[in-house]
Write a protein that binds this ligand. Structure first.
Ligand code: NAD
Length: 320
């Protein structure tokens, strides 16, 4: 099942477009014929993610912190708010920046959408479910989050962002949508960003031990970035308010993932068990019934295929 992008946009603003998911979104939107303005402060993103786009007609890059304001030359008809540190290593290093981006940055992106009469989509996260007491997680589940734990700067910023988005729609009539992304992986992740897939791939390719936290029985559900981007654009086009889960419901334990990456890379690396971070969720799996029924969306890329493409990309990079 391939979701049709039933709407074509004239001008999309993508905050965080210099990051992993955002740069794939910019690429996909340009391919539909939309003009794209990317706004990014490169706090965690990389200019090289956008290198192939810089000369493309209709593409514009503004280097700015969205928490400090957001103005663009031409009104957009779509605002995708993806700016935010996303990997635990990044948001633990940038706690106040993460909270500012999720609060002030989301407010600024909403105001831009409202005054431009544009559709707005917030990148939320499965982290709003915290360490869930229900598996899989459906959108009606309210979550289990520690508001003062180390991960709270991210989880609560996103929960606040969802509340702000909902209030803006109710109070101002802004056309909003919320996508709750589950773990996404693929080319352009950073080998040292601390997330499981790039860490394991880098370690396997470099012949280092793969560092699995705890006993490795905690699960994640991994969605290949092309599938995630297709789901985000389907939610944008549909006009739904959400929140809607966008993720791959195939669960895998971290130990299984490490072994699969060792197999696919042909590495001789071993697995080394290390301490598990505080408040690390034990399970994480989306219920995607809503996305399937309302958007006709579901993931298409298998873990083997997505990991092969990711491994090929990392293998070609000397600086991984
Ligand atoms: P990323 O770190 O690669 O990208 C985030 C981008 O936002 C970076 O380019 C960074 O420089 C930019 N940014 C951060 N703060 C900013 C600010 N104040 N002003 C301007 N730019 C700023 O992370 P990603 O994995 O691509 O995640 C993108 C979005 O998707 C985030 O909002 C994240 O919360 C959400 N998300 C991602 C995943 C995933 O698995 N990748 C899962 C759930 C949600």
């Amino acid at each position: 099942m391939t979701t049709a992008l039933s709407k074509s946009w004239e001008h999309a603003v993508v905050t965080g477009g210099g990051g992993f998911v955002g740069s794939h979104l910019c690429t996909a939107l340009l391919a539909t014929g939309a003009a794209v303005t990317c706004v990014d402060d490169f706090s965690t993103g990389r200019p090289e993610n956008l290198a192939p786009l810089l000369d493309r007609p209709g593409f514009r890059l503004i280097q700015a912190n969205v928490a400090e304001g957001l103005t663009v030359e031409r009104p957009p008809d779509l605002v995708l708010h993806f700016a935010s540190p996303a990997s635990p290593a990044d948001y633990l290093r940038l706690p106040l920046h993460t909270l500012d981006t999720g609060s002030l940055g989301t407010r600024n992106a909403l105001e831009l959408a409202h005054r431009s009469d544009a559709r707005f989509v917030l990148a939320s996260t499965s982290e709003v479910y915290g360490d869930p007491q229900q598996n899989p997680q459906e959108e009606r589940y309210w979550g289990h989050v520690n508001p003062v734990g180390p991960r709270s700067v991210y989880d609560e910023a996103k929960r606040f962002g969802e509340a702000l988005t909902t209030a803006h729609a109710d109070a101002e009539g802004t056309d909003t949508g919320i996508v709750r992304l589950f773990n996404t992986y693929g080319p352009r992740m950073r080998g040292h960003d601390g997330r499981a897939v790039p860490t394991f791939v880098r370690q396997a390719l470099d012949g280092e031990p793969l560092t699995v936290t705890g006993d490795g029985n905690q699960t994640r559900s991994l969605c290949y970035v092309d599938d995630t981007v297709r789901g985000i654009l389907a939610a944008a086009a549909d006009g739904m308010r959400g929140p809607v889960n966008i993720g791959n419901p195939t669960e895998i334990t971290m130990l299984e993932l490490a072994r699969l990456i060792i197999e696919l890379t042909g590495s001789h690396s071993e697995v080394r068990f290390i301490d598990r971070p505080t408040d690390d969720p034990a399970v994480r799996c989306p219920d995607i019934t809503l996305a399937r029924d309302k958007l006709g969306w579901e993931p298409e890329v298998s873990a083997e295929e997505g990991l092969r493409r990711t491994i090929d990309w990392f293998r070609a990079r000397a600086d991984r």
